[in-house]
Structures are given as C-alpha cells and as structure tokens.
Design a protein around this ligand. Sequence first.
Ligand code: FES
Length: 337
Amino acid sequence: MRLADQCQVDPLALVQALAREATSHGVTVLEGTRVEKLTGTGPYQAITEHGPIEAGTVVVATNMPILDRGGFFARMKPARSYGLAFRVPGLALDGMYLSADQPSRSLRDVPDGPDGRGSLLMVGGNGHPTGRGGSTEQRLDTLRAWTTGHWPGAVETHAWSAQDFLPHHELPFAGPLVPGNDHLLMAGGYSKWGMTNAVAASLALSGRILGGHLEWAEAWGTWRGREARGLAKAALVNAEVGWHMTQGWAKPLLPGRSGPPEEGEGVVRGDGPLRRPVAVSRTDGQERSVSAVCTHLGGIVSWNDAERSWDCPLHGSRFAADGTVLDAPATCGLRKK
Ligand code: FES
C-alpha cells in the first residue's frame, strides 16, 4: 500500500523548535527535574528532587503515567524496539517503508553531514514486550545481519532502542487521569506513532483546558467505556503479567549460576537464607548489587544487555545498573544492597 504526501521530520529539531516557541511565550522549561509524586487536590504540588512546583492543572505526559491512580499500568502493554543507522555505498533508499509482515522492519533515510547532502540508512524493528524475550543485544544483531544481507558494505554508525506503550483497545489516551477531574490530565499509549499521536494528544488536551471542542478528541477519552472492546486482550495481558510475577519470584529460589557476572552481564539470584532476589551486574568493570524487586508493584526485573539496564517485565519500569529510575511507572530506584 502506498501513501501519498508523506514527510520526514527530525524529531530533535522539532522538539527544540517547540521549546523555543513555548519559551518565547513565557513558558519555563525545566530539564533534568524528575517529578517523584504529586500532592494536593488542586492546586497541586509536584514534588521534584529540586523542590515543589505548584500548578492549578497538571498534565502527566510520561506516556505511562507516574501516578497509579487510574490504573493505566493495567490498560497498556510496554514494548521496546530497536534502531540502527548505517552508512551505505550509493543511494540507500528513497522513501519510508514499513513491512506488513513479521518480523517487522521499518526503513527510511536520514540526512547526514554538515550540509545534509549525504544520507544514512535507518533500520528499525525487532520489537518485544519490555523485560521479556531474552537477550536484547541478539535482537540488534539480527537486525544488523538482515541489513548487511540486503545492503552489502553497510557500515553501522548508531544503535539504540526505544520504549512505548500499547493500549489494549488500540487507541491512545488523552484526558482525565481519574474520572471527572479536568485539572489532572494524562496523555500516553502512542503505540509507536508518537510523532503524530503525541501532537494529536496535545491538541485534545489543550482544547479541553482552554474550553475548545474537537469532535475527534472524544475518541481518545480516558473514561468512556470503549475499553470494553479491549477487555479480552486486557485479560490476556494481565494474566501474562501474573505469570511473569510468579516466575520472577520463583527463579531465585532455584539453584542457579554462581560466580561473578561477566562484563556487560546481569543475573538475578537468591540472597541469604530467605533467597531474597538480588540483581547483580558488571558494567565498565564495576560490579553492582541492587534489589531485584521493582519499586512499582514488586515485579522481578530482568537484565537488558543492549542497554545495560534492569527492566521490569510487568509494566515496563526500567532502572540503570546502579538502580536509578530510567522509565515510568516506577518513581523510585531499586534499593542498593
Ligand atoms: S513496572 Fe509494575 S511492577 Fe515493575
């Protein structure tokens, strides 16, 4: 299927332009300021590591909300996917492509060089639920092998991975975090279409805050009963969550591999007479031990060897090797051992 009139956007340049525009209208942008909780019932106090921020209306736009009221962690599934960029001899590609079959592959070119006249080939795919499915580095390796099989001589320049959330009923959310409260709003569940869905969510929310009306925005409401359409899928996904919770806690009780982890490796093992799950990893020559119990709702984290992080297979929280939070819904880090 071919779609006409498509355009490619550099997401970083777009975000920087939006930030400049917002700042020119008097908005203050605070970077590196993590909100840890929200108190009050309006006005609200967002508690950050650098002090509280007061607001009459709050939009929680962390994709998966950092606040559990509303239970969005049980209404969306966390997913990771992988990206690679290559320098390819000759013209790599003209256009943007997404495969219809599995395993999914998405392709596009990226302007390169100071004058933007060169181009890189960007390849994406190999997605999977966060914290599940084995080695993430192997997923990158398969993507590498697939690319060099189709473009011999391609030389890798960048590799990365990303996280998004997929709502069970397949439409993103933009509306009140809890029913009937128009001063505490959320947006998220962009299903890997954040470049368009995040913009649409911000239109829907600004319309709601400023008193406008966008007919299509109704479909994105957070409490509209349309979830019924996703009930079967929600039941299945939450049964999987239960299975991963049980499996995670059972594993450290069994005899496992002993000895220190290799460089870039992480293992979960039982510690002490009660076999409490401990996450032990070695990165940059340093061995670290933190609790393997996710601070969100007690899932047991698993090692992500591509990102060298601890990822929770239940609702997608992620932590650095030293336990620091990387991704919501968790708001505090893994306990140090
Ligand atoms: S993200 Fe919910 S238990 Fe870990």
